[in-house]
Design a protein around this ligand. Structure first.
Ligand code: UDP
Length: 421
């Protein structure tokens, strides 16, 4: 029996292009429709390693249905592997963000074997493959057939990768026809590919995670979860991952509470299918939170889904995203889109989402984080102005139709149309 299977996933409910008129320039939607028309018949396949949890699954869950609505032939395939495979690929993920890693021959063998098995069980044929992140980065090596175009889409900060891991992955990445990063500074040293693109991710204003929700519903839902709305609430929504620094958030919260009595902290954390590290981090967080009645820890395992994330992002007084490294951090745009001010880790992925004039709320240390939290909580006018500027900033740069347009432009440039000339 194969240990790797390729599942097909369909994303969440479809939104028609028309529905975005309220949020996006008509000219962008027209261009998108026109471009999609030129790509009819091109078979596109997105490949990643989890259907839920984390930003890539979030993105594909929204992008794939919109591409379908544009009349495109698009599938989303998920490579599944042994538990150890995801242990290894999470290690690669951390190493590509600069962390330590012991790259043994056995690990290299496991990684390549799982990619080979994934390639072997791919059932349909496609013209364009978009492979996301390190997990399936060697799929092209094992699967590529003549006439196909392969894109590797990195969602992480690979500006200073662990040299050993990068040396191992680089030849596989370089077999792609194009490589996409979120920011120019994420391009790793020495990369040589025929085409390099920089495309920022985006959020979907029509998803259940981002659609408008009545204030009263937000209040009730938060109260039901145990929040006391008479007192201020700060929120971080993240996978339980050391780079998201949930323990640092708790330290900053404790310091801020000295200035803002009765402050509450809500940590919402997803456990992603391809992130085995999450359980250990959650355990640490739970241990600390157990002795602190004003810290609430909620997870997707206890039924916290998109709607709850939406509710808490709307209902919190302030959002925190204290990442130490961040490929982008969809949660930042999600919070800003809801008009929330945010105190966040000073990383390029996050910085690019913060409107001018508010970059001073990017923090490098726990102390600074605590200071900025209490400063903003005490200054309602700045908080509101930040949130308003943030929403306008996200509207112009980080909404789904812009991302789909950028992605299709790249596919168009690579494919030259349905004939794949
Ligand atoms: N998310 C969620 N529930 C959680 C934690 C996260 O739905 O408990 C979502 C979050 O709203 C965002 C995505 O997962 O849409 C995380 O993407 P991001 O880019 O912020 O981080 P990543 O996990 O990809 O590093």
């Amino acid at each position: 029996m194969k240990r790797v299977v390729i599942g097909r996933h369909h994303g969440t409910q479809s939104s028609s292009l028309q529905s975005y008129r309220e949020y996006v320039d008509a000219s962008l939607l027209d261009e998108l429709r026109e471009l999609a028309g030129t790509l009819r018949g091109v078979r596109i396949c997105h490949v990643n390693s989890t259907a839920a949890g984390g930003g890539v699954a979030e993105l594909l869950g929204r992008e794939v249905p919109l591409l379908e609505d544009l009349g495109l032939h698009v599938h989303w395939r998920i490579i599944r592997g042994e538990k150890e495979f995801f242990g290894v690929t999470k290690g690669f993920h951390n190493a590509l963000q600069g962390g330590p890693f012991d790259l043994t021959p056995a690990i290299q063998e496991l990684y390549l074997r799982q990619n080979q098995e994934a390639a072997d069980v791919f059932s349909d044929d496609y013209d364009v493959y978009v492979v996301h992140d390190p997990q399936p980065a060697a799929l092209c090596h094992f699967r590529r057939r003549s006439g196909e175009r392969w894109i590797w889409r990195s969602h992480i900060d690979t500006s200073s990768p662990n040299p050993e891991v990068w040396r191992f992955l680089q030849p596989f990445v370089q077999e792609h026809d194009a490589v996409v990063f979120t920011a120019r500074e994420f391009v790793p040293p020495g990369l040589s590919v025929p085409r390099l693109a920089v495309i920022a991710p985006a959020i979907d204003p029509l998803s259940t995670k981002n659609m408008p929700i009545d204030d009263e519903i937000c209040r009730r839902a938060m109260t039901d979860q145990g929040v006391d709305l008479r007192h201020p609430v700060i929120l971080q929504v993240s996978r339980f991952d050391p780079w998201k620094d949930p323990l640092g958030v708790i330290q900053a919260y404790r310091l801020a509470r000295e200035e803002v009595p009765d402050l509450q902290l809500v940590l919402i954390g997803a456990l992603a299918g391809d992130d085995p590290e999450g359980w250990g981090v959650l355990e640490q967080v739970n241990e600390i939170a157990a002795g602190e009645p004003n810290i609430l820890v909620l997870t997707n395992m206890t039924g916290v889904g998109n709607m709850e994330v939406n509710v808490f992002q709307r209902g919190a007084d302030l959002v925190v995203q204290k990442s130490l490294k961040e490929g982008f951090g969809l949660v930042v745009s999600e919070a800003l889109w809801k008009g929330k001010a945010i105190v966040a880790g000073n990383t390029p992925g996050i910085r690019m989402q913060i409107p001018g004039g508010y970059q001073s709320f990017l923090v490098d240390t726990v102390d600074d984080c605590a200071r900025k939290i209490s400063e903003l909580l005490k200054d309602t006018a700045t908080r509101e102005a930040f949130g308003e500027a943030g929403r306008a900033y996200v509207r112009r740069r980080f909404l789904l139709p812009r991302l789909v347009l950028d992605d299709l432009r790249l596919i168009r440039a690579l494919s030259g149309g349905p004939s794949m000339a």
